[in-house]
Design a protein around this ligand. Structure first.
Ligand SMILES: Nc1nc2c(ncn2[C@@H]2O[C@H](COP(=O)(O)OP(=O)(O)OP(=O)(O)O)[C@@H](O)[C@H]2O)c(=O)[nH]1
Ligand SMILES: [Mg+2]
Length: 451
């Protein structure tokens, strides 16, 4: 078997010599409407297309809660079976997370592979990981996904691979051997990834000493993050109309008008309901967003619901601890908007609109970015009387505290505050100045990973 992920996932859409024919299944649960389901199935269709397969039909059902045995009702399972036979479908894909038992039951009745959305996303990630770290992260996520799904009598590819004598302990079944091997591999990958994360932390520290601020591009997958990095820095990162084209981060130095250069990083895109196991496995890659000075949040302004994408991205940011990092929203693909980006910009004060592809709006983007960086790097110094805990709390709440020390007149606090907050606290402010004035050391701007 040539591809390690095939072993990890057990089965996959990768490197098939033909495009699989797939029936999509969506369920509208209580609290949702049919339009949500259609939108989700459109996205799932795009996911399987990216993975290398074709949608031949979609089936939907309304239910209050998923059926514990089948996810959909038994009658619907029979209908699904008929559709599969009539259209000669190879696989069914549910827009949900199937439990191992549901997956097993469905495959038995349907006589074909039943996958869930997570498996499809893992499949795409496996095709797009190129660095050592990216590959290890994907394999780890796949093994964690596969472990609870191992079953007796199923095609046990891992033990077949290891082959024969000495791989099985006394009294162990093949299932137990498989489990043990996967668990050993998981431990090994976790260990390797921890070592790689340490190297990355050291690199980051040396960048920190260089004095350059870190700006990280985040956003929904396919929003145009890599296209934006390329337009700004000639980074030459692969940008294409596929989901999760980028997995491995790339960092470039970017000069700002009238300001200091920053390090700009393009990284993996997000999607709604991003599988938790993937977030876990990609922790070290995603950490770069949590430690950034500013997030440039790229939004596809031509998406049917840009705001849904914005909230999906913010959910992932919260999950990786990056929701406290200041955010600068950029509406991309504005060339596709018939009526311009006016209403989006009104709803999101401070945002700008660009077309990364046509290189339109980039000067305004760069000027705004420079402004935001100046605001972020401005450190305000305050002296707060000891009995004013409310003011200390307000500084913590509204800004980022750099240092606190006791002085004669009270607590001397250095903090990054917005102009508005500084105005409100002005009776305690003793100095306000630019925090990043020193000339930076030369810095290595080659990829942190990248191709
Ligand atoms: N019309 C138009 N298309 C754009 C624009 N920016 C990017 N695209 C297209 O959108 C698709 C995705 O672009 P990418 O830069 O790969 O998007 P990404 O956010 O890096 O996506 P992932 O890495 O897959 O998460 C490509 O086909 C781009 O050519 C734009 O401003 N206008
Ligand atoms: Mg990309």
């Amino acid at each position: 078997m040539s591809n390690p992920y095939q072993e990890a996932l057990g089965r996959t859409l990768i490197e098939r010599t033909f495009r699989e024919r797939i029936v999509l299944v969506g369920v509208t649960l209580a609290g949702h409407d049919d339009e949500d389901t259609e939108e989700a199935l459109d996205e799932l269709s795009q996911l399987i297309d990216t993975a290398g397969a074709d949608e031949v039909a979609r089936l939907t059902q309304r239910r209050d809660v998923p059926d514990p045995a089948w996810y959909i009702g038994k009658g619907k399972v029979d209908e699904l079976h008929e559709v599969c036979l009539a259209l000669d479908a190879d696989t069914v894909v549910f827009d949900a997370e199937l439990s191992p038992a549901q997956q097993y039951n469905l495959e038995k009745v349907l006589g074909r592979t039943a996958l869930d959305r997570t498996a499809v996303i893992l499949d795409i990630f496996a095709q797009n990981a190129h660095t050592q770290e990216g590959k290890a992260q994907v394999e780890l996520a796949m093994l964690r996904y596969r472990l609870p799904r191992l079953r007796r009598g199923a095609k046990a590819q891992m033990s077949q691979q290891a082959g024969g004598i000495g791989t099985r302990g006394p009294g162990e079944t093949r299932l137990e051997v498989d489990r043990r091997r996967i668990m050993r591999r998981i431990t090994k990958l976790e260990h390797d990834l921890a070592a790689l994360a340490k190297t990355r932390a050291t690199q980051r520290k040396s960048r920190g000493r260089s004095g350059l601020a870190s700006v990280v591009i985040v956003g929904y997958t396919n929003a145009g993050k890599s296209t934006l990095l390329n337009a700004l820095t000639q980074a030459g990162v692969l940008a294409q109309d596929r989901l999760f084209a980028t997995l491995d981060p790339t960092t470039r130095r970017l000069a700002l008008p009238g300001g200091e250069p920053v390090l700009l990083t393009d990284t993996v895109g997000f999607i709604s309901r991003l599988p938790h196991g993937l977030i876990e496995s990609f922790k070290s890659t995603l950490e770069v967003a949590a430690t950034a000075d500013l997030l440039v949040h790229v939004v596809d302004a031509s998406a049917s619901h840009p705001d849904h994408q914005v909230s999906a991205v913010r959910e992932v940011l919260a999950e990786i601890g990056a929701d406290q990092v200041p955010e600068f929203i950029v509406f991309n693909k504005s060339d596709r908007l018939e009526h311009g980006a006016g209403s989006l910009l009104r709803e999101h004060p401070g945002a700008v609109a660009v077309s990364a592809l046509r290189r339109e709006g980039l000067e305004v983007f760069l000027r705004t970015l420079a402004d935001r960086m100046r605001a972020i790097s401005r450190v305000t110094e305050l002296v707060v009387p000891f009995d004013r805990g409310d003011i200390v709390a307000a500084v913590h709440r509204e800004g980022e505290v750099v240092s606190i020390e006791e002085a004669d007149a009270g607590l001397r606090i250095r903090a990054r505050l917005s102009e508005a907050s500084e105005g409100r606290l002005k009776e305690f402010v003793i100095a306000s100045r630019d925090g990043r004035q020193s000339e930076p050391d030369p810095v290595d701007t080659t990829d942190t990973g990248g191709r």
